[in-house]
Design a binder for this molecule. Structure first.
Ligand SMILES: [Fe+2]
Ligand SMILES: [Fe+2]
Length: 295
């Protein structure tokens, strides 16, 4: 059986499992979540320069050793992870284009392009974790709407700045501490190996936006920086419900951080990793509105 077939079947199995959870009640099955690998040279090229994913202890997760509710929570969380990794790949792809159009430094642009491959590698990793947990939960995943829509009238530099801030400076800066926390909770084994890989990759992803701002420097006017501060605040506000209204998580051994710890981690990241770094580059979010998001 090819890996592609295996992945598709995992998804079908996940849907079936969820259908069984409803005790015979009919429920709408969301658009199928389907991921696949072509295999062959494209797979070899994707994995080139990256430590072999196959060296991780696949097949050892043993979800039956965990309470069913914990596994269900973890399946939902990791299934959502597939989408967020795809979203990161799309955003960094857009950023590559904007960097090229901005005449950004070659190595900065190449690093961004390389991050796209990291993110697709993460899609594969997270999908394989979902497979081990019993398959994906039904999930509405409209990849045709995954692309961000930066201001179409903006210059390439401002489009790049908007994408760098929303994706790298905000999104990735929040994912690093969340992944670190999950890595500490799972102890060891397969999930630790996967999360360790994600943590090591996401740190540089969060740095790319800062590297961009350091390069953009004087090219950004005072008005540009004010506009970017508003964009950054909007991006933080999009993530805020994650720590303001999240359900109590109850599957630490499968990577779910308890709610209060998660809230503390995320609000600290907004202050120390997002706001402090942006301020150093002259991008100052509205203090009162920011405080309301992290209080
Ligand atoms: Fe990622
Ligand atoms: Fe990332």
């Amino acid at each position: 059986m090819t890996k592609a077939t295996r992945n598709r079947r995992a998804n079908q199995r996940g849907q079936k499992a969820d259908a069984q959870n409803t005790d015979g009640q009919e429920r709408a099955i969301a658009r199928p979540l389907e991921v696949s690998m072509l295999g062959g040279w494209t797979e070899r090229r994707m994995h080139r320069h990256r430590a072999s994913l196959d060296a991780l202890p696949w097949g050892t997760l043993e979800p039956e050793r965990h309470p069913r509710a914990h596994v269900d929570h973890a399946r939902a969380m990791w299934t959502n992870g597939i989408f967020t990794e795809y979203a990161s790949a799309a955003a960094f792809s857009q950023l590559v284009t904007a960097l090229v159009e901005s005449g950004a430094p070659i190595d900065l642009t190449a690093a961004c392009a390389d991050i796209v491959v990291d993110e697709m590698t993460h899609v594969e990793l997270v999908s394989r974790v979902v497979l081990e947990l019993g398959g994906a939960v039904p999930y509405e995943m409209d990849l045709d709407r995954i692309t961000q829509l930066p201001d179409p009238g903006a210059t390439p530099l401002m489009r790049a700045a908007e994408l760098a801030i929303t994706t790298s400076c905000v999104g990735e800066s929040l994912s690093v501490p969340a992944l670190r926390s999950s890595r500490a909770l799972v102890g060891g084994g397969l999930l630790h190996g996967v999360l360790d890989r994600l943590v090591r990759d996401e740190g540089p992803h969060a740095q790319l936006g800062i590297q961009f701002l350091a390069w953009a420097g004087d090219r950004l006017t005072r008005g540009d920086r004010e506009r970017l501060a508003a964009i950054a605040l909007d991006a933080v506000a999009v993530y805020a419900p994650l720590w303001q209204t999240s359900e109590p998580a109850d599957a630490p051994a499968l990577g779910a951080t308890p709610r209060d710890d998660y809230r503390a981690l995320m609000t600290a990241a907004v202050r120390d990793k997002i706001d402090a770094r942006l301020v150093r580059h002259g991008i100052v979010m509205d203090r009162a509105k920011l405080a309301a998001l992290v209080e």
